[in-house]
Write a protein that binds this ligand. Sequence first.
Ligand code: HSE
Length: 441
Amino acid sequence: MTELRVGLLGLGTIGTGVARILIEQKDLISRRLGKQVRLIAAADRDLGRDRGLDFTGVRLCDDANDIVSADDIDLVVELIGGYEPARTFVAAALANGKHVVTANKALIAKHGEELFPLAASKGLQIGFEAAVGGGIPCMKALREGLAANAIESVYGILNGTCNFILTKMENEGVDYADVLKEAQALGYAEADPTFDVEGIDTAQKLSILAAMAFGSKIRFDEVFTEGISRITATDIQAAHEMGYRIKLLGIAKPHGENGAVDAVEMRVHPTLVPLSSQMAQVSDSYNAVQISGDFVEHTMYFGRGAGERPTASAVVADIMDITSGFPHAITHLAPPMGFVESSRRNIPTMPMADTVCEYFIRLMVKDQPGVIASVTSILADHRISLEALTQKERHKSHNVPIIMLTHETTEGNLQAAISRITGLDAVEEDVLILRKESAVA
Ligand code: HSE
C-alpha cells in the first residue's frame, strides 16, 4: 500500500494529539484513503515528558533540522507556533521537497505570501486548516464547498478565550478583570492574555479568511483591531436590554462595482449581534464562522476552535488530503488560498473611517441638567440619528452611564462627533464605542 511518511515538529498539546490520531486511528485512515499515513519521526526539545503514547517505531529527536532534511520524510507538520523558528523550518521543508501542514495562524498571516509561491513552484501543498477555527473545517468549506460563489461576507467568533470571558461576564454579571483571573486559573487564558483579549489572534485568522474569500493577498497588518478589555458588565447588561449580545467578531466584506472587488473591509472588535441570531447562541469557548455567498446565501460552521483533539483533527485531515494524491504531484486539491496563485490580487484594505455601522456609545457623565442636550446636539450637528438612549443608575463615583444606539453613519463621522463629546466638561471618562451588526444570521 502507498505510504506517506510524516515528520512532526513539536510534541506539545497539538503535536501529541496529531501523534495520537496517527497511531490510534491508523486503520480508519487507511480504510478511508486506500493508502497509509505513517508517523516516522518527531522533534521536541523536551522528550522526557510522558505523553501517554507508545512511540515504538517513531524516531524521536530534539533537533527540528533532522526532520526537515530527512530523506525518509514526505510531509512535515509544523506545530511549534509563532514566527521564528517556525518560518525557517517550513521554508527549509519546502525547499527540501516536503509538503507542509501547520496549525500556525501567525505564520500564515504574516509569511503565507512568501511560503505559498515557494510551495507552488515545487508542486507542494501547504495545509493550514487548523490555523483558523481549530477543528471546524471552515476553510475547506470556503475553498471547496462554496467555490461557485462570490463571497459577500464573513463573520467569525474566532477566539475561544474571548468568547468564554464574554459569556461568563454575561451569565454571572461580573466584570472583565475578575473573569480573566478565573480563566487564567482554569488554564483557558494565557498568563499574558494580550494576544487573545486584544483581538490580535482574531485579526490573524480573519486576514486569512478574507484573503481566501475574496482572492486577495493576506494583509494582517491592516486589519482594524480592538479587543474586549474595556467592556464592563454594565455594557453587556445594557446591550442585552436593547436586544443584543456582545461578541468579539472578525468581519470581512468586499466592496466594488459590477462584481469586481476594489477594496476589502476587515475589522475585529466587540460587536452587538441580535439576541435572536445564531451567532448570539455561540457561547463559552466555542467558535463559529458565518460565510455568505451570492448563490448559497448564509452558511454557518460551529465547533471547537482550540484544544488538543479538535485542532489535531484538522491537522490530520490536511495530511489525509495530501496523502490522497500522493505520490503524484498535488493537482487534485484546490489551491491553498482558494484561487490559483496567478489570479490572487493585491486588493487594498478599505480605510476604517469609510466603514458604515450602527453604534453603541457609552458615556460616563456628571449628573447635572443639560448634559444629554449637549451630547445630542453634537450628534445632530453630525447628522447622527439615535435609535435608543438610556440612562443607567448612578455609580459610586456619582457619575451616570448614558448608553445610546445610533442609526448608520460612517466611522469617520462618528469619531469626529465623539471627539467633540469627549471634550464636554460633563463627560467624565473615556467614551466606549461598540459597533452593531444586524446582518449576522
Ligand atoms: N488562543 C486561541 C483561542 C486558540 O483562545 O481561541 C488558538 O487559536
